[in-house]
Design a protein around this ligand. Structure first.
Ligand code: ATP
Ligand code: MG
Length: 417
């Protein structure tokens, strides 16, 4: 893409009411726009990042037999009453509205009850199980505090998956597969080293749950970790008994601030019993279904990456989720140089490499600042000075490493990795 055609502009300052680092950087670099506290628009660059994150998660969910679908955001009161979760005292994040035709509706903050209700039309027999479905969807939550930018939104993108199993064994098999798939997701998203699975106490309806916590200064949680032993303990279960069971002492653990990037729950058969979702087992007996629920905060992950992978100059995207792999810059009035940059742009595109070409009529200072702020993994400068140094200048955004490469070898440089 040519930068002159990109409608978003970078800006020197974020809005004065924006206090979180992730949103400040993403707004300044033109990835998102702030509508109100906790509510952001995804601009073309931001949408590309979200789509890249979704692609990774989608591949991993498909690989464990997840079927993608999409449910509505508008939900009926009736579907949430049997489990008592329509009540604002039980669920304190509801956004609700009234229908002009009469009746109340809610804006989906989760889809556990609606999906159980829907499955009544699709699951009758043990032969129909297991079923694993997932979606990427905007969730609405009336969060009391929304000061962490993308990390705590009132409208945000979540991947939510639900598993329906005939017994505890079938459930457990999928639950374990999901844990492994989640680890692969975070690894591919570039936060694997800093992401830990922790055992957590479940909510009112849950038997138990696991959280995936990523070390992040701007996070709201605290966990205790031992990297060598691969142990991570959630604050709520951190006590003498847990330490003893794990054969570890307080001195072996480091307390770190984290953000919850994923969460998985085992509902057992409780929710399906409450909502009357039964199947006919091998003996023809009506049996309640085991439900599992598995979330990943897609936009929260983007916020965490913006927080953790950035420096004083701007964003530093990992290659797998960057909107473009290369930011191609050219300086000066020399027409031959500009043509050389343009040719390189077309060649890179032809080779299937995502490239943003800064073809704007601006000085080097402004172009370099923008490239640093926007954070593509590689910057290529085509200029007279670079040519004198032996070709085009390739700078790695992350390490700052600089190389001069013969223009004819640039494609090979990227294709060979
Ligand atoms: P938290 O404790 O952070 O409020 P939660 O327990 O309410 O999270 P879930 O309902 O399990 O979260 O949602 C699944 C995932 O969605 C979370 O692990 C998190 O990554 C993400 N998420 C939850 N709330 C928000 C929010 N307000 N904004 C952005 N992402 C969120
Ligand atoms: Mg919450």
């Amino acid at each position: 893409m040519k930068q002159s055609a990109l409608f978003t502009k970078t800006r020197k300052e974020a809005p004065s009411d924006e206090t979180s680092k992730n949103a400040q950087l993403l707004i300044r670099a033109g990835y998102i726009n702030k509508e109100m506290a906790g509510v952001y628009d995804l601009l073309p660059l931001g949408m590309k990042v979200v789509e890249n994150i979704k692609s990774i998660v989608r591949e991993e969910m498909n690989a464990i037999s997840g079927q993608e679908f999409i449910m509505s955001s508008l939900q009926t009161k009736e579907v949430w009453t049997p489990t008592n979760r329509w009540d604002d005292d039980v669920v304190d994040v509801w956004f609700k509205s009234d229908l002009k035709a009469g009746g109340e509706i809610g804006f989906g903050w989760s889809h556990e009850e609606p999906i159980v209700e829907m499955m009544k039309n699709h699951v009758n027999s043990y032969k129909d199980l297991p079923v694993n479905v997932y979606q990427f969807q905007n969730k609405f939550r009336n969060e009391l505090r929304a000061k962490s930018g993308l990390m705590r939104g009132r409208e945000f993108v979540m991947k939510d998956m639900y598993s329906f199993s005939k017994d505890a064994e079938q459930h457990e098999l999928f639950y374990q597969k999901t844990i492994e798939a989640y680890h692969r997701c975070y690894q591919r998203l570039g936060i694997g080293e800093d992401t830990f699975i922790t055992f957590a106490a479940g909510g009112a309806f849950t038997e138990f749950s696991h959280e995936f916590q990523t070390i992040c200064e701007a996070g709201e949680d605290e966990i205790y970790i031992n990297r060598e032993k691969g142990i991570a303990i959630n604050e709520e279960v951190y006590n003498e008994k847990t330490l003893k069971e794990l054969g570890i002492t307080e001195d072996d653990l480091e307390k770190v601030t984290t953000a919850e990037v994923g969460n998985i729950f085992n509902f057992g058969t409780q929710k399906c019993e409450e909502m009357n979702l039964f199947f006919n087992d091998e003996q023809g007996k009506q049996t309640p279904i085991h439900l599992g629920s598995y979330g990943i905060g897609i936009t929260r992950v983007m916020g965490v990456i913006a927080e953790n992978m950035s420096d004083e100059k701007g964003l530093v995207w990992p290659e797998e989720i960057a909107p473009f792999t290369i930011h191609l810059l050219t300086f000066g009035k020399n027409e031959n140089i500009f043509r050389e940059a343009e040719n390189l742009y077309h060649d890179l595109k032809k080779a299937g490499i995502e490239v943003l070409f800064d073809d704007r009529d601006l000085g080097p200072g402004q172009k370099l600042n923008d490239a640093d702020l926007m954070g593509m993994p590689y910057r290529i400068v085509v200029s007279e000075k670079a040519a004198e140094n032996g070709g085009v200048e390739i700078t790695h955004r992350n390490s700052g490493e600089v190389e001069y490469v013969d223009p004819a070898r640039v494609i090979a440089y990227f294709m060979e990795g």
